[in-house]
Design a protein around this ligand. Structure first.
Ligand code: SF4
Ligand code: SF4
Length: 379
């Protein structure tokens, strides 16, 4: 492996949100205080050393940045105010840019013009699609599914889900190649991949490591937000004709209370994330990169416009319902097609995969060591 030091790497990381890691003098306080650091994975100090030396190849093979959940304890105790938590966050953004083969993630993280311009382009595309392809505009009563033919919208949802799944999964494949495929020393049998696969599902569903942080409230908020997000995504992609009807169902109908649950937790999660960043009281909210704002803003606007569509439909206001629905989709679509594979959302996929790859590597290394631990000639 070519291990070349690159002192310019710290300047590169500043574009991704690093604040002051060059001030670190490697005392190790941050690793001692971190509730998630272990002897096997002594982050953040080990990452900081790699960052300072600019050893990009080693960082690319490293899963540690994804094992940090950004509680901020390390930054609060750093004697040099080097902001190690921000350095971990910057590393995750940089890694997201490296995993993404299209180069879009790198551009979104380092250019406001690219980030905001892409959102505007996708939004404009959705508005134009509705201008040219909407159905009849019924004004006597609300007929949303006539204005926005449900089979066309549902087909569009499937195309969008296929698009973002392809890019996200191909980026995960690249992550795998960088973390495991380029490490020549270990042979990993298929049985280990299968035996450890539960880690992937378990950590994706529970974010269990996050719950080990001293303050469990961010974990609870995150779980609630993710539950609402996945519920709404599943309903939209798989059950849209059942969910988006022109009939008004009673309150006890699952269509209503599932929708209300998702709406409430999304509203709370996005609102709470933005309020925290505005107030800057908690350590994790003191520094915000543009990408930290974009996702919760889009999520909040999507939720609010969804509530308005619902309210206007119940109030019996046809034009207000149709126009707001177009705005709703013009915000929802860039949030999904840009943020999921290329933006902040991608961490929800990369974290569990990083834990999975880490376990696979550990198991394989253990299996390779075991025979050599048996003394020669012993039976
Ligand atoms: S980041 Fe701060 S606490 Fe961590 S090793 Fe450097 S100086 Fe010490
Ligand atoms: S932010 Fe929290 S989890 Fe991440 S390295 Fe610092 S102390 Fe550990």
């Amino acid at each position: 492996m070519n291990l070349r030091a690159n002192p310019a790497f710290l300047s590169e990381l500043q574009e991704y949100g690093d604040v002051n890691i060059e001030a670190c003098f490697n005392c190790g306080n941050c690793t001692a205080i971190c509730p998630l650091s272990t002897d096997e994975t002594p982050f953040p100090r080990n990452n900081i050393r790699l960052m300072q030396l600019g050893l990009k190849e080693r960082i690319l093979q490293n899963t540690d940045p994804w094992l940090c959940y950004y509680c901020g304890d390390c930054s609060a105790t750093c004697p040099r105010e080097a902001e190690p938590a921000e350095a971990q966050m910057a590393l995750r953004r940089w890694l997201t840019g490296q995993y993404d083969w299209t180069g879009l993630a790198r551009r979104f993280y380092t250019s406001k013009v690219w980030e905001l311009g892409s959102i505007l382009v996708v939004s404009a595309f959705i508005v134009l699609m509705f201008m040219f392809f909407h159905g009849p505009v019924v004004t006597q009563q609300v007929e949303l599914n006539t204005f926005a033919p449900i089979h066309l919208v549902h087909t569009g949802d499937w195309i969008m889900a296929g698009f973002l799944s392809f890019f996200l999964l191909s980026n995960v494949l690249r992550m795998y190649i960088l973390i495991i495929g380029k490490v020549p020393i270990i042979h990993i049998p298929l049985s280990i991949y299968i035996r450890e696969a539960w880690n992937l599902v378990y950590h994706a569903a529970t974010q269990a490591r996050f719950s080990q942080c001293d303050d469990r409230r961010p974990w609870i908020n995150h779980i609630l937000l993710v539950s609402g997000y996945f519920l709404m995504f599943t309903i939209i992609v798989l059950f849209l004709p059942w969910f988006q009807t022109d009939n008004l169902y009673p309150l006890y109908h699952p269509q209503r209370w599932l929708g209300y649950y998702a709406t409430i937790v999304l509203l709370y999660g996005a609102g709470q994330a933005l309020w925290g960043r505005i107030k800057k009281v908690q350590q994790m909210h003191r520094f915000s990169h543009l990408s930290d704002w974009i996702f919760p803003i889009l999520l909040l606007l999507t939720t609010v416009t969804g509530i308005l569509v619902h309210a206007f439909r119940y109030a019996g206001w046809p034009l207000a319902t149709y126009y707001t629905y177009v705005i709703h989709l013009a915000i929802l679509t860039p949030m999904l097609v840009l943020e999921v594979p290329f933006g902040k959302w991608a961490h929800l996929a990369y974290r569990p995969f990083a834990i999975y790859f880490q376990r696979i590597r550990e198991r394989a290394a253990l299996q390779q060591q075991t025979p050599s631990m048996v003394p020669a000639g012993a039976d």
